[in-house]
Design a protein around this ligand. Structure first.
Ligand code: S3P
Length: 168
């Protein structure tokens, strides 16, 4: 069977999990979120893994888990998945990469009260903007498709993914 996994990539707060879940539900696809999988598999919250083991260890967990997701039809990834070239290779080999692009202003709005994301939950706006700017060029570089998400409803983005896949 020739089945390609749909990988959703994008910055924190770009809607990868919400939209991935909605797409999978609408089209009866198997779905997993790498962060959820990590939390279940390692028995710790993402924030605890960062606190107890640091980002470097988290990244090794992330790669290990991504490699386990190849049989899923839709996979929402963590925003930092593109930090490791090995992860990009896994996704390219096994599927289609769709980048959900969200403006920095919109992300700031969406994550204003967020307390779950260690790389966002600090006061240094320059650092966050720097991370965003550095990463968006990587997301763009490896995306097979790019979907703008600002001002779009969940349903519109789900339809956008369908269009990418089928060309309809
Ligand atoms: C991260 C994004 C998070 C999570 C972890 C690190 C990142 O996922 O994997 O906090 O490096 O951008 P979301 O993109 O789902 O927030």
């Amino acid at each position: 069977m020739d089945m390609k996994t749909i990988y959703l990539i994008g910055f924190m707060g770009s809607g990868k999990s919400t939209v991935g879940k909605a797409y999978a539900q609408k089209y009866s696809k198997t779905y997993v979120d790498t962060d959820d999988y990590i939390e279940v598999f390692y028995g710790q919250k993402i924030s605890e893994i960062f606190k107890n083991c640091g980002e470097k260890v988290f990244r090794t967990f992330e790669t290990e888990i991504l490699a386990k997701t190849t049989l899923y039809e839709v996979v929402s990834t963590g925003g930092g998945i593109i930090e490791h070239v090995e992860n990009i290779q896994i996704m390219q080999k096994n599927g289609i990469i769709i980048y959900l692009h969200t403006s920095f202003a919109e992300i700031e709005k969406r994550l204003k009260d967020d307390r779950q994301r260690p790389l966002w939950n600090h006061e240094n706006l320059n650092e966050k903007k720097g991370l965003y700017d550095r990463r968006i060029s990587i997301y763009r570089k490896y995306a097979d498709f790019i979907i703008q998400t600002d001002q779009k409803s969940e349903a519109e983005i789900v339809n956008g993914i369908k269009k990418c896949i089928t060309g309809e």
